[in-house]
Design a protein. Structure first.
Ligand code: RFL
Ligand code: PHB
Length: 391
């Protein structure tokens, strides 16, 4: 890690945030010979242990391998050839690989972050932890500046370009003047659990039940990841272990399947929201990943979208720094196409998979889900959208 004494004050690209978007971008830029400095507000141990996403599209995995961050992933990721839709206890297997030609992968986001942090540090690239960006100035001129605080000291970093890859709560998106946002708040949240128990089967299971969505996923042969739909207003104290397990058993119940319990290692309630900024660029400031858009987690798309953005952004920045602005000018429009596709899939799944409590509405949802799960066009669409392979 770069220490305070050798903190650079000038770089080509200042990247805010060491999440998947910022770290993949830094790796792509390093490969193209562009200097960048990554500023991350949290500590290294915090970002490497923050439990979040798990399902990676084949395109994301291919890029991580290509960048040299695929070794641990290839040893530990679980290849997911199918997932299961469970509708009022009836089981429908979606053969993703058979229908789309590619599998999904299950590998924790914090492991992806660990691999990318190691890659960046091994290449000697500046990556500053505990460095909180406070604001971005001069984005309409040729050399924007980031004000940030590290170890209680305020510093500035001057760059040719600044990228806000600092998530929904960062300063990047607040520094784009005049951005209009399309937003949807949901009345439900997800209670996410990491459990010290072997997964109860090989498949990710999305269960629609009248008591609410229940989900089964995994992180390793000995770690299970589970989710429950809860009211958006709930806090963790409303959810004792007994209540959690009772609800998981009810919602995931199905013939021939039983849920293995274990100690809950980690629990958090995450709000469900959908949000898209209509512009991902203002002058020399660009946004990528959750800073520009949030999708509900029902489609497993957020991290994968962050990677899609920076795949578009890296060559655009390389060209811009060489004096050719065409790709940078097209950045927002290019990204909004994949963002709205993923939004449409994720919001569609969110609408169908969460119970509303209204018996008529929920019977409609179950019928619609059965229609998708049993007819060829629906099955193919679900498989292709899930693994991000569009014909
Ligand atoms: P991140 O990961 O939030 O990283 C942003 C980083 O910026 C730092 N930061 C700052 N740094 C400097 N200065 C500041 N002022 C800063 N403010 C913030 C933060 O500390 C952080 O390190 O955004 P990024 O890189 O855009 O990545 C997006 C993904 O994290 C997110 O979309 C996914 O986790 C969404 N998601 C899923 N995505 C998938 O592709 N597949 C999944 O299976 C999946 N499951 C999920 C999910 C999100 C979930 N939650 C938490 C709602 C499951 C859940 C429960
Ligand atoms: C996960 O494994 O955390 C996961 C899988 C699928 C989703 C969301 C999260 O849609």
């Amino acid at each position: 890690m770069t220490g305070p004494s050798d903190v650079p004050a000038r770089t080509q690209v200042a990247v805010l945030g060491a999440g998947p978007a910022g770290l993949v971008l830094a790796a792509l830029l390093a490969r193209a010979g562009v200097d960048c400095v990554v500023l991350e507000s949290r500590s290294r141990s915090y970002v490497e242990s923050r439990v979040r996403a798990g399902a990676l599209e084949p395109g994301t995995v291919a890029l991580l391998r290509e960048l040299g961050a695929g070794e641990r992933l290839d040893a530990a990721a679980m290849v997911s050839h199918q997932f299961e839709l469970r509708i009022d206890g009836a089981r429908y297997v979606m053969p993703v690989t058979e229908l789309s030609g590619q599998p999904m992968y299950v590998y924790g986001q914090q492991e992806v972050v660990k691999d990318l942090v190691a890659l960046r540090l091994s290449a000697g690239g500046p990556l500053l932890f505990g460095a909180e960006a406070l604001g971005v100035d001069g984005i309409d001129g040729p050399t924007p500046t980031v004000r940030y605080r590290q170890d209680g000291v305020e510093r500035t970093l001057t760059a040719d370009v600044v990228v806000g890859a600092d998530g929904f709560h960062g300063v990047g998106r607040r520094s784009v003047p005049g951005a209009r946002t399309a937003t949807r708040e949901y009345p439900v949240a997800w209670l996410g659990l990491l459990v010290d128990a072997p997964p109860s089967g090989d498949d990710v299971v999305y269960a629609f039940s009248r008591a609410g969505l229940g989900m089964h996923s995994m992180r390793s042969p000995s770690l299970t990841r589970l989710y429950l739909q809860v009211p958006a207003t709930d806090t963790l104290d409303a959810w004792s272990d007994d209540r959690i397990w009772a609800q998981l058993h009810t919602r995931l119940a199905a013939d021939g399947w039983s849920l293995t319990e274990g100690p809950i290692l980690e629990r958090a309630i995450a709000p469900l929201r959908a949000y898209v900024s209509d512009t991902m660029r203002a002058g020399r400031l660009f946004l990528a990943g959750d800073a520009a858009h949030i999708v509900p987690p029902t489609g497993a798309k957020g991290l994968n979208l962050a990677v899609r953005d920076v795949k578009v952004l890296a060559p655009a920045l390389v060209a811009l720094l060489r004096g050719d602005p065409a790709l940078a000018d097209a950045y927002t429009a290019t990204c909004l196409e994949h963002v709205w596709w993923a939004m449409s899939f994720s919001c569609g799944m969110a609408r169908l998979l969460h119970a509303s409590g209204d018996p008529f509405e929920d019977s409609l949802r179950a019928a619609e889900l059965r229609g998708l799960a049993t007819r060829e066009p629906g099955r193919r669409m679900l498989a292709e959208d899930y693994c991000g392979v569009r014909p």
